[in-house]
Ligand binder design. Structure first.
Ligand code: ZN
Length: 529
């Protein structure tokens, strides 16, 4: 049988990475990520897997980010009991991140079920609980970079440095096939290189097929050395202090938060930025600090910059919800970092709710904001938003500082793919929004890749892999394409409509006009029923 590859996630979007590779002797997954972003996309997390979980022989994990690892406990619940291969740091990070994701789901479902009960609806179950996440960790097996590991009958794998986050890897998979061994390289998420705190991405040259991420496939970032990056952060801090209020940093809990903390504390120590207290209101980020304290790295100083972070008197850890209540009375210049980084969940929403309407507040968005998230709405200049059912005016200064990103930009991605040449067969582009996928495809054609050897797979699309090329297989998937799902997503329309309704009612000259409007709307709803 010719090996086949099927793209079950991050096809046409940036989240939910999950690829299944099937040979005549084994079936494996590369990553098992959670869909994030719009509600329509997140609904996919609740649907059954479009494959037989107990029949899988192995899972290879590129890195700990939830959009790559987040559905592993669901896979275990669905009957998967085989090994999950990952690097040591990825394993340590997964232990805290998956447990956190399980805890978040338990809380969300508890809240939802209280509402469902009041509305007379049946209760719902979380995708998985914290205890499921803990059980899943028993399936992990450690892989060292560069080692060749037999992962399933007829399949070996080699992990390469990806330079994206601590422990991240690109994975080269070698599958026995009728026309000889087939080398398939999965980029995972790729780092930009040249960073203080992470190594540069690497990888083998000469593969049969390549699966490349495309997050920033159509965007160039200014080349930033660590010193410039700190200067830019310092400027933001000075302006935020001048505005007189707090700075809220929606925190990408793992790595970016630790990097920001290391930079903030270093600059406060040397007096180059206004000193203040930093409240880290994210149990996950606090736990991740411990992993970085142990595993951190700095290429220039050759020492671990995260060692001192936890000891700093300026840094206040808010582990329990009760700890964070105290910050609410605080006024003036201070910094609050809270999850999540795209503002679509976590404690940051509470801080945004109480601070977005104040002129003196600064919100610093420190990374990619996916379509459909509250962070993206803010970045795009929304003047009003709804948070936890409440309408909030946005008066705060919204700033984006995307220089702490752990992703390579378009030039970096193109260079990485080029360095893997010769690629005998096909390049699949995944893990990008439609414009980014198209952008990277265009760039690759200018550096010697023929357009007909670059494929942008749809969700659940399958291909037979031969040495020299691919054959598209029929798909019986009924799952909606993520881009179409984003376009069809009505939740933001609903939020906008409710805001507009309230505004129109407020501005109406008198009660009669208001009642007439409501009568007309009710009639429209009745006629639709
Ligand atoms: Zn990632």
């Amino acid at each position: 049988m010719t090996p086949t590859i099927t793209f079950h996630g991050a096809a046409g979007c940036v989240t939910g990475f999950c690829v299944r590779l099937q040979s005549d002797r084994a079936s494996i997954l590369i990553d098992c990520g959670m869909f994030q972003g719009s509600k329509t996309l997140k609904a996919l997390n609740y649907e059954p897997f479009p494959f037989d979980a107990p029949a899988l022989d192995a899972v290879l994990l590129t890195h700990a980010h939830i959009d790559h690892s987040g559905l592993l406990p669901k896979l275990m619940k669905a009957g998967y009991g085989g090994p999950i291969y990952a690097t040591g740091p990825t394993q340590e990070l997964c232990a805290i991140m998956l447990a956190d994701a399980g805890g978040i789901q338990e809380n969300e479902v508890e809240y939802l079920n209280r509402r469902n009960q009041r509305r007379g609806r049946p209760p719902v179950e979380p995708i998985y609980r914290e205890a499921d996440a803990e059980r899943t960790m028993k399936l992990f097996r450690t892989v060292k970079l560069c080692d060749i590991v037999a992962v399933a009958p007829g399949i070996t794998a080699r992990y390469w440095e990806a330079g994206h986050i601590l422990g991240s890897a690109s994975i080269e998979v070698i599958v026995e096939a009728t026309d000889g061994p087939l080398h398939i390289l999965f980029s995972g998420d790729l780092g930009p290189g040249g960073r203080d705190y992470s190594p540069d991405p690497a990888g083998p040259a000469g593969v049969d097929h390549l699966i490349a991420e495309s997050t920033y496939g159509n965007r160039e970032r200014i080349e930033i050395d660590p010193a410039t990056r700190r200067r830019m952060l310092a400027d933001e801090l000075r302006e935020a202090q001048a505005a007189g209020g707090p700075m809220l940093i929606p925190a990408f809990a793992v790595e970016r938060t630790q990097e920001l903390l290391a930079d903030l504390l270093t600059m406060m120590d040397d007096g180059s930025v206004p000193e203040t207290l930093i409240f880290l209101d994210s149990p996950l980020a606090i736990e991740a600090c411990e992993v970085f304290q142990k595993r951190g790295w700095n290429r220039s100083s050759r020492r671990n910059p995260f060692e001192d972070v936890r000891a700093s008197a300026r840094l206040k850890f808010m582990s329990k919800v009760a700890d964070s209540n105290g910050i609410e009375r605080l006024r003036g210049w201070h910094i609050i970092m809270a999850g999540s980084g795209m503002c679509d969940a976590g404690r940051i929403r509470r801080h945004l709710k109480r601070l977005l309407w104040r002129n003196e507040t600064t919100v610093l968005l420190a990374g990619f904001q996916a379509m459909g998230t509250l962070g993206r709405l803010l970045q795009d200049g929304a003047s009003r938003v709804r948070i936890q059912g409440e309408e909030i005016n946005v008066k705060a200064r919204i700033r984006a500082l995307d220089v702490y990103s752990g992703h390579a930009d378009a030039t970096g991605l193109t260079a990485w793919v080029q360095a893997r040449q010769p690629v005998a067969g096909n390049v699949f582009l995944a893990h990008g929004e439609p414009d980014a996928l198209q952008g990277l495809r265009d760039r690759l054609t200018t550096v010697g890749f023929a357009a007909d050897t670059i494929t942008i797979p749809a969700i659940d699309a399958s291909y037979a892999l031969r040495k020299s090329g691919i054959v598209a297989m029929p798909s019986d998937s009924t799952r909606i394409a993520p881009a179409a799902a984003a376009a069809l997503d009505w939740h933001n329309d609903r939020a906008r409509f409710l805001l507009q309704l309230d505004e129109t009612l407020e501005q109406a000259p008198d009660a009669t006009t208001r009642r007439t409007l409501l009568t007309r709307l009710t009639r429209a709803l009745d006629s639709n029923a």
